[in-house]
Structures are given as structure tokens and as C-alpha cells.
Design a protein around this ligand. Structure first.
Ligand SMILES: [Zn+2]
Length: 370
């Protein structure tokens, strides 16, 4: 089983939106592996990206140092939240060779053309827009809204939906030599190159935040299938909902981020993780501190129950069949973690220590109960 999840651009790591996505995929990995299969899990680090360079410029730091620091923040947070780390966390800056090879092949095959940059020609791919179910007009609107529209013209893009595979770097940005001129990769090509490098031409599950569905995943799919001729590039796509705070999507620009480190000051890691996975992965939801406090009370009750069981000399009975069947059915049904959390609550109520431990291992990973 192979899983590729789009990771962070390491400049504002460590907020609850990221933690939600990566905790959800951790439940998926642990659920599949508890069933006896092995998951090969790749999560990339986008350390070559406009927002990262802008932040480095603003703060007067080297982009590599900023990327290193923020990647460490993400790993520290997710380790606290008990994840089973991805098998590989490749960085764009280490994968330039594979990215250039993919870009060159797309150019050779006639899917890309060169003007002021090397662009992917979306009109050569049948079905651009079908993954995100967006009309042509909605795609254009979304690109404009995200400031990714760029310029159309004889020395630029042919179609506003075309996107750069390789582009010149600004003077203070890193540049790598290539047959397309010194420069750096566009955004989408990295995930095509890395998923193929580590997982092959087709992957079982591709995940990421829902804001990546268009244009990022739409473009990844178009590139990958054009490159290999193999369809589908991903057998399943899983997009996680957005986390709001104070009524708006958490974002650095709005300044309404809730950091994982802030939540860990107020509650045990297992409570933070339980609070996150108490929401269905596909839905948007709003973070609130009361919800976290309720999760913390439940975790404290569960911790006391398990500690009592450990102290008693009782031989542990095997987990209740009905409880485990309900738990597994919930996760097998489009990863319904909301229902799985209800099964965990029922196991605590019924004082079934073995079932509680089995469910804890999947839902909460190795997150600490204290
Ligand atoms: Zn990606």
C-alpha cells in the first residue's frame, strides 16, 4: 500500500490545520497497518516556494535555515501528537535532478513548451478540471484569487491555466543549472517527481488539504498521467477539510493561527490528538478551546481507568468483539473517525481495557496521556 501526502511549506509550520491533516493520515496508516498490511508513506517538504522566500527575505535569514527550523517544528509537533513518521520526507532542494528529468521528459513528449519559462500545456491533457469538478471559469477565478494567474502572451503562457514546470529565479532566490536555463521548479512538478521517485508510477492513496485539490492536485495528476501514460496516477484521493478559528480559515495572513505548541501547554498530547480526530476528515470545522478542554477531561478519565487496570492483578481479557467490530467498521467506512471515537468512548464506559488500548493505538498513536 502506498500513500503520498503533500506536506508543508516550512515557513508557518505547526498550526492546528496542519496537525489535523497529518493526524488524520496517521490514523489511516495505523488502521491499515493494524490490519496487517504495510504502508509506504511519503510526505514532501516544499522548501523551494514563494512564501518561504518572502518570509526569509522579510526576516533577513537564509531560506535554508528557515526551512530547517520550521521542518523541525513540524516534526517535533507531530512526534508529540504521536505519529508514525512517514518513511521518507523528501525536500524539493534535494530532488532537483528528478524534477528536471520529469520536466525534460514532458517537454520531449510535447506536453510542455518553452517561452519565458517552461510551461505545462493543459490543453494537451484531456480532463484538466475533472478531479476538482471545477468549470473553466471557476478555475480561472481561483487562480486569480490565489494570485497564480500569471501572464498570457507570446513570451509567456499560451493559456492562463498553463503552469510553470521550471522558471527563472529572482536574484536572491536559489537557482540550479538546467537545459531550460538557470532557475527553479514550479510548484506542482515536485510532487509528480517525488511520488514517482519513491512510490512508482501509480500510488494507492494521495492525500492533502482540500485547498490543494485545485490547482495543485489537478496539475499533479495531469503531469503524472501525461508523463507515464498510466491512469489513474492515484487510485484514491483524500482531501482534508479546513480548520477555522474566530470564523475564518486559519492562516498566517489573517493572523488567527492556533499553534500546536499552544494547545500542548493546556492539554495532554493525547487530548489534542483526540480533539483533532473527533472531526470527520472531509469536513471543515472550527477550533475552540472548550472542545479541547472536553477532550482533555475524557483523556484524564481514560488514563485513570487504564492506570487502575494496570494496578489491579486482573488478567486482561481480550477486547470485546462487538466493540472492535464497530470500531473497525467505522474506520473502514471512509475513515469515519467521529464514529470510531464514539466506539472508544463506549469501550471506556464498558471498562474494556483491551479494546481501549487497541483503539488508542490507532486513533491516538503514541501521544502521551499526561
Ligand atoms: Zn503536493
Amino acid at each position: 500500500m502506498t500513500l503520498y501526502v503533500c506536506g508543508v511549506t516550512p515557513y508557518d509550520s505547526g498550526h492546528m490545520g496542519h496537525a489535523f491533516t497529518f493526524s488524520i493520515f496517521d490514523v489511516l496508516v495505523r488502521f491499515i497497518e493494524a490490519g496487517g498490511a504495510r504502508v509506504k508513506y511519503v510526505q514532501n517538504v516544499t522548501d523551494v516556494d514563494d512564501p518561504l522566500f518572502e518570509r526569509a527575505r522579510r526576516d533577513g535569514v537564509d531560506w535554508r535555515d528557515l526551512a530547517d527550523r520550521e521542518t523541525q517544528v513540524q516534526i517535533r509537533d507531530m512526534t508529540a501528537l504521536g505519529w508514525r513518521p512517514p518513511d521518507v520526507m523528501p525536500r524539493v532542494s534535494d530532488e532537483i535532478g528528478h524534477i528536471l528529468a520529469a520536466s525534460t521528459k514532458l517537454h520531449t513528449l510535447g506536453y510542455a513548451y518553452r517561452t519565458d519559462a517552461l510551461y505545462f500545456d493543459v490543453n494537451k491533457y484531456r480532463g484538466y478540471g475533472r478531479l476538482s469538478h471545477l468549470s473553466h471559469l471557476s478555475m480561472l477565478r481561483k487562480l486569480r484569487h490565489e494570485d497564480l494567474l500569471g501572464t498570457v502572451g507570446p513570451n509567456a503562457k499560451r493559456d492562463p491555466l498553463d503552469f510553470a514546470l521550471w522558471r527563472p529565479s529572482a536574484p536572491d532566490e536559489p537557482a540550479w543549472p538546467s537545459r531550460f536555463g538557470d532557475g527553479r521548479p514550479g510548484w506542482h512538478i515536485e510532487c509528480t517527481a517525488m511520488s514517482m521517485h519513491f512510490l512508482g508510477k501509480q500510488i494507492d492513496i494521495h492525500g492533502g488539504g482540500r485547498d490543494l485539490q485545485f490547482s495543485h492536485h489537478e496539475s499533479e495528476r495531469a503531469q503524472s498521467e501525461s508523463l507515464t501514460g498510466k491512469k489513474p496516477f492515484a487510485r484514491a484521493w483524500m482531501h482534508t477539510g479546513l480548520v477555522r478559528y474566530d470564523g475564518y480559515k486559519m492562516s498566517k495572513s489573517r493572523g488567527n493561527l492556533v499553534k500546536v505548541s499552544q494547545t500542548l501547554q493546556r492539554a495532554p498530547a493525547a487530548a489534542v490528538r483526540l480533539y483533532l480526530v473527533s472531526h470527520h476528515y472531509r469536513r471543515d470545522w472550527e477550533f475552540n478551546w472548550d472542545g479541547l478542554a472536553r477532550a482533555a477531561r475524557f483523556i484524564e478519565g481514560m488514563r485513570k481507568f487504564l492506570a487502575d487496570e494496570d494496578r489491579s492483578a486482573r488478567r486482561t481479557a481480550p477486547p470485546g468483539r462487538a466493540l472492535m467490530a464497530e470500531f473497525n467498521a467505522a474506520l473502514a467506512d471512509d475513515l469515519d473517525t467521529v464514529r470510531a471515537v464514539r466506539a472508544l468512548r463506549a469501550a471506556v464506559r464498558q471498562r474494556d481495557a483491551a479494546a481501549v488500548r487497541a483503539m488508542q493505538a490507532v486513533l491516538l498513536g503514541t501521544a502521551s496521556l499526561t
